[in-house]
Design a protein around this ligand. Structure first.
Ligand code: SF4
Ligand code: SF4
Length: 180
């Protein structure tokens, strides 16, 4: 036992094993991505950012302001202010605090409308300089969904008609080259 341990020490066996492992990985396909030029493609059932949906044809909001999602959320990160009564009720204000959200999907399960008014998208980047940047209000939640349906590749619903292309509008226009 002692001899084998001494031999291993003499031949730096642990270092040889470590180097062999490193050498093996040099010829394998890397698992890392060169973000942001390369982006991770989320799987089909991925639960990313939540978005609010509109009717595909009329563009009207699907949400009926029933508050089911707010009640179902286990961490109280949804805040809704409703307006109107009965069939006229709608969510006048809708906030989701992404600092608390744990992407559990319970809010989408609780939503009674068909199609769902609140859905998980495949977006997962949550940048923001301030905490308030991660509290998404109603318009931004609709933007999340519009971005999903307009940009997501071969999705069942494809590219939709009549929806404004929010991301394209936001993208900075190419500046003309300054005259010398
Ligand atoms: S995904 Fe879960 S934690 Fe996030 S808003 Fe919905 S219910 Fe709340
Ligand atoms: S998103 Fe769905 S569950 Fe939430 S208030 Fe609107 S209709 Fe109700």
């Amino acid at each position: 036992m002692e001899i084998s341990r001494a031999l291993k020490r003499f031949f730096l066996w642990d270092i040889v094993c470590g180097m062999a492992l490193t050498f093996r990985h040099m010829f394998r396909k890397p698992v890392t991505l060169q973000y942001p030029s390369e982006r991770w493609e989320a799987p089909e059932r991925f639960r990313g950012f939540l978005g609010l949906t509109r009717d595909f044809k009329t563009g009207e909001e699907n949400c009926i302001g029933c508050l089911n999602c707010e009640k179902a959320c286990p961490v109280d990160c949804i805040t809704i202010v409703t307006a109107g009564k009965g069939r006229e009720m709608y969510a006048r204000e809708f906030y989701i605090d992404y600092m608390r959200c744990m992407y559990c999907g319970l809010c989408t399960e609780a939503c009674p409308t068909t199609p769902k008014s609140i859905v998980h998208t495949h977006q997962y980047e949550t940048p923001g300089f301030f905490r308030d940047d991660l509290v998404y209000e109603k318009e931004r939640l609709y933007d999340v969904w519009e971005k999903e349906v307009n940009y997501r590749g071969p999705r069942p619903w494809g590219k939709l008609f009549g929806l404004r292309n929010v991301e394209a509008a936001r993208r900075p226009k190419a500046q003309p080259a300054a005259a010398e």
